[in-house]
Design a protein around this ligand. Structure first.
Ligand code: ATP
Ligand code: MG
Ligand code: MG
Ligand code: MG
Length: 484
């Protein structure tokens, strides 16, 4: 089943059940406390926290998400993209646990001919929070899940809150068993890598008012919320990879074409001899390229441009990592002009604006690759000198200073320096680098403060003037008198 078809079925399923279909918000988070939209619930935060009345009791969406936290997982696990799409259904004081369980189960196990996703009910597992008997009971009664496939986990895994006083509550996650060839029996509880039991959907039950929130696991429950909410998130790419019979989310229809094109450009075969170490590493690189190119496309599509701070820096890192990975795969020519249009074509069924806006998007991406190529060309000489000096000195470690000047003068992001150093068997004094970065930031802040203080001082002078009247300036007279 194509990804666009799964998306369509999801929205239709919930629309038929009284949910208002809400278009995806931008990847630039509508909530000012977040750089990027990291989950389907982000655009609904004002309704979920009760800050604003919800304009509808039920909503559904397919939300574009970026999670930079997952960047190191990309290509290594089967299930983490820096960009992904979260399908969600939301209830604002309307249905609660039973409704959430019923709606999810009907979609997952509904027959394909009837608009469902057709998962085998016998391969589904769920987790609930330790004392959440209501949820466990709903899974047992409504979905008919045997108690062995309803596992109870603690706050670390099955509790949600914002990290601040406000709504919170237990959650319940749905897993698919990919089979014994991917790991031992025992359900998600024993499968800490998540390779065999794949988490596809998280149902959050916003049930309590919390206070005194000290950490993920330490808080005080004040009592039940007057209006309980449902917030769910299903990973579209994860469902697609299962339904398309491929091994991971980078091999689905919306991502694989880039992966294949990258392999072609590098003259290698993806997945060739999976047990050999070399190709393993190569395959990870190809998956990183496919993931990062897509994330770059989507971020620029939403108006982010490469830069040295905040969102722009994340975008820069993603694009540069993709370009460098291609270089490591042996491709010296510019690669984004080859890869970006492939990603656009794979994504534009769901996001037609990528095609209409492609002239702008591609200009931004290609300019960044050019800038990076110049950076690499000029900085690599300094890098090589630093490495050979370090090796000669018998201390195979680049100093914080060297890493800092690569960053400051040549625009080498620290992860590029780290990666290049690791390839040469050299470590980097990252702590020293961070200390220098902090110094630079503090200096910049102090400068900014000095500027601000300047204007404050003028105000202070005005106030003095208002309070005390103009100072009698007698110097000229005095001087005059003295010289007389
Ligand atoms: P995991 O434990 O696998 O990292 P998660 O528990 O962090 O996932 P949630 O925060 O519960 O994920 O998000 C809801 C759903 O969104 C997940 O069940 C999953 O299907 C999907 N999802 C989360 N992170 C990613 C990602 N980086 N790439 C693709 N899908 C994701
Ligand atoms: Mg995660
Ligand atoms: Mg999880
Ligand atoms: Mg989860």
């Amino acid at each position: 089943m194509q990804t666009a078809e799964i998306r369509r079925r999801f929205l239709e399923h919930f629309a038929e059940r009284g949910h208002t279909v809400v278009p995806s918000a931008s990847l630039v988070s509508p909530d000012p406390s977040l750089l990027f939209t990291v989950a389907g619930m982000v655009p609904f935060i004002p309704y979920l926290t009760g800050r604003e009345p919800a304009p509808f009791p039920r909503a559904t969406s397919v939300q574009k998400c970026v999670r930079t936290l997952d960047i190191e997982e990309v290509g290594k696990t089967t299930r983490h993209g820096t960009f992904f799409q979260m399908n969600g259904n939301f209830s604002f004081g309307d249905y609660f646990k039973e409704g959430a369980v019923r709606h999810a189960w009907e979609l997952i196990t509904g027959r394909v001919e009837d608009g469902g996703l057709g998962f085998d009910p016998d391969r589904m597992w769920v987790t609930v929070y330790l004392d959440d008997d209501e949820a466990a009971d709903a899974w047992h009664r409504i979905a008919g899940l045997p108690v062995e496939r309803i596992q109870r986990l603690g706050k670390k895994d099955n509790y949600w809150h914002t990290g601040a006083p406000g709504p919170g509550g237990p959650c319940s996650e749905i897993y698919f068993d990919r089979g014994p060839e991917f790991g031992p029996d025992g359900g998600p509880l024993v499968d800490t890598a998540g390779d065999r039991f794949l988490e596809i959907w998280n149902l959050v039950f916003m049930q309590y008012e919390l206070t005194d929130v000290r950490s993920k696991e330490e808080f005080t429950v004040v009592g039940e919320l007057p209006k309980k909410n449902i917030d769910t998130g299903m990973g579209l790419e994860r469902v697609a990879y299962l339904l398309q019979g491929v091994d991971n989310m980078y091999e689905i229809d919306e991502v694989a074409p880039v992966l294949r094109r990258a392999a072609d450009l590098a003259g290698v075969v993806y997945g060739d001899g999976r047990d050999g170490r070399g190709s393993q590493e190569r395959d990870v690189r190809l998956r990183v390229v496919a993931d990062h190119v897509r994330s770059g496309l989507m971020l620029i599509g939403d108006g982010v441009t490469p830069g040295n701070e905040g969102r722009g820096y994340i975008l820069r890192r993603l694009l540069r990592r993709a370009v460098r990975s291609m270089k490591l795969l042996g491709v010296d020519a510019a690669t984004l002009p080859e890869l970006l249009p492939v990603s656009r074509d794979a994504m534009s069924a769901s996001y037609p604006e990528l095609a209409t806006d492609f002239a702008r998007i591609s200009a931004v991406a290609y300019a960044e690759e050019e800038a990076f190529r110049r950076t690499l060309a000029s900085g690599t000489a300094l890098f090589d000198t630093a490495v050979s000096q370090a090796k000669q000195a018998g201390t195979p470690k680049l100093s914080g200073n060297q890493a800092f000047s690569l960053h400051d003068t040549y625009g080498f992001p620290i992860d590029v320096t780290l990666e290049m150093a690791a390839e040469q068997g050299v470590t980097v004094d990252e702590e020293g680098f961070r200390a220098l970065m902090k110094e630079q930031r503090d200096r910049a802040r102090a400068d900014a403060r000095a500027k601000r203080t300047g204007s404050v001082d003028v105000l202070a002078y005005r106030r003095l003037l208002a309070e005390h009247g103009p100072t009698d300036w007698r110097a000229y007279e005095t001087l005059h008198t003295d010289s007389r």
